[in-house]
Design a binder for this molecule. Structure first.
Ligand code: UDP
Length: 429
């Protein structure tokens, strides 16, 4: 099958850890590669955000990244991209002129808009060319939202910088696409609350690269007896401040044998002072008296991540909300137990008292208690780590996710063929 993925802001080639570069980039890159392993050919369309990028980059057998000129060739925050989305769709459709995809898979709501626009344009063009042909194609569009505006608005309120039109454009994308691929059951619930018909939703989780992330291999040396780890984009909703506050609670109890390593940010550790969230977290660590126990690492490359995960006694994920969360899967793949706020996808991936411990969201006290339990019970922590490793191997390989995704593509193709047949049936040929 020829698959066109659209990922407007999140390129598979981007460095991770900045405000707009995280799970979606990983997801698109790994899913495209896993689909290619299954024999499909995948073109990932993303907006050109640097003048140096070549128009097309072959990133492996069966996967290419296509950089589309839409807006300035520099980084534009994703919440300011909407004006360029119609042009993105136009140019994607132009690229299909000589070789159209069988399915389009859009990632994030604005890519959904671009995909629907591209498919409409392509259909108009091909209808002209093959006016009376049964082949006049309707390419099905599948949508993975990655995050929903309704959830973001609920949690971030006035701090939500999404364009105001998202509140009606995003549900309309959900209603117009052929199928939606939700990453967890909680998302299906949210989609229903947006008025979307749940019968057109398939569920396929995010995955983890099991060749890269494993419990075998070297672990980075710790600076103190125990190490807890936080990994992710440095944005307030990831709740890294809660982990610092939990560390302060542990320090108040006389535990100075714990270090907290924080991975993420748009540049090196030295650049963090120029990053508003990086600065806020550094100030907080000083205020609560744990600055010497916190190590800010800034952006860390993929290859260096497994050694850092393996060095941790526990990975702590305390977001306010989390559409899915790939970091806990990476921790589990490395055999490390996870302390997770029981929100969104984390409620499914991390099993309470089996692969880690759940804590209520925004609760540094409970987070500190959970971390202490794992540190004080190394056998229990090791058992949770091993159970986590088994769990991700059984359920969260990208090959398995690609298989589920392919099923959704086939359902969408069957649906669009049926729709085409019924519309052709009404036309005098
Ligand atoms: N990540 C990374 N280097 C960094 C920061 C993050 O490789 O410096 C990766 C992390 O390992 C994970 C992804 O970025 O694969 C974050 O994905 P997640 O789904 O946890 O969060 P999202 O970014 O989607 O909110």
């Amino acid at each position: 099958m020829k698959v066109a993925m659209i990922s407007e802001h999140a390129s598979p080639l981007a460095a991770l850890g900045g405000v707009d570069a995280g799970g979606q980039n990983v997801h698109v890159a790994a899913l495209a590669t896993a689909l290619a392993r299954r024999g499909h050919s995948v073109s990932v369309y993303t907006r050109r955000d640097s003048a140096d990028l070549p128009p097309r980059v072959q990133v492996g057998k069966g996967v290419e990244v296509v950089h589309i000129d839409a807006g300035p060739p520099t980084h534009v925050p994703k919440d300011e991209l909407l004006p360029y989305i119609p042009l993105l769709g136009d140019r994607v459709a132009a690229d299909w002129e000589f070789s159209a995809p069988d399915v389009v898979h859009a990632h994030f709501w604005m890519s959904g808009l671009a995909a629907l626009n591209a498919v409409r344009l392509y259909a108009a063009g091909s209808n002209q060319r093959y006016r009376q042909s049964l082949q006049a194609s309707r390419i099905p569009v599948l949508q993975t939202f990655h995050a929903l505006g309704t959830v973001k608005r609920r949690h971030q309120g006035a701090q939500d910088t999404s364009p105001a039109d998202r509140q009606f454009l995003e549900p309309s994308v959900g209603q117009s696409v052929d199928r939606i691929i939700a990453t967890c059951p909680n998302e299906v619930f949210e989609l229903k609350a947006m008025g979307i018909d749940a019968t057109k939703v398939s569920v396929a989780p995010c995955g983890v690269d099991l060749d890269l992330f494993s419990d075998q291999g070297p672990a980075e040396e710790r600076g103190r007896k125990h190490r807890i780890l936080s990994v992710g984009r440095l944005v307030p909703r990831k709740g890294v401040d809660l982990v610092i506050s939990a560390l302060a609670r542990l320090a108040e109890q006389g535990r100075d044998d714990v270090e907290l390593v924080i991975v993420g940010g748009g540049g090196t550790a030295d650049d963090l002072a120029a990053d508003p969230e990086g600065r806020r977290l550094q100030e907080l660590a000083r205020e609560v008296g744990v600055a010497d126990q916190v190590v800010f690492r800034g952006q860390v490359s993929r290859d260096a991540m497994p050694g850092i995960f393996r060095s941790a006694n526990a990975v702590v994920c305390t977001p306010w909300y989390e559409p899915f969360g790939i970091v806990p899967l990476e921790a589990m793949a490395c055999g490390v137990p996870v302390v997770a706020a029981a929100v969104g996808g984390l409620g499914d991936t991390v099993l309470n008292h089996r692969t880690g411990l759940h804590v209520p969201p925004k609760d540094p006290e409970a987070t500190a208690t959970a971390i202490a339990r794992l540190l004080d019970n190394p056998e229990m922590a090791a058992a949770y780590g091993q159970a986590g490793e088994r769990r991700v191997r059984a359920r969260y390989s990208w090959d398995r996710v690609a298989q589920e995704t392919e099923k959704a593509y086939r359902k969408a193709l069957r649906g669009s063929a049926a729709a085409e047949y019924s519309s052709v049936g009404g036309v005098a040929l």
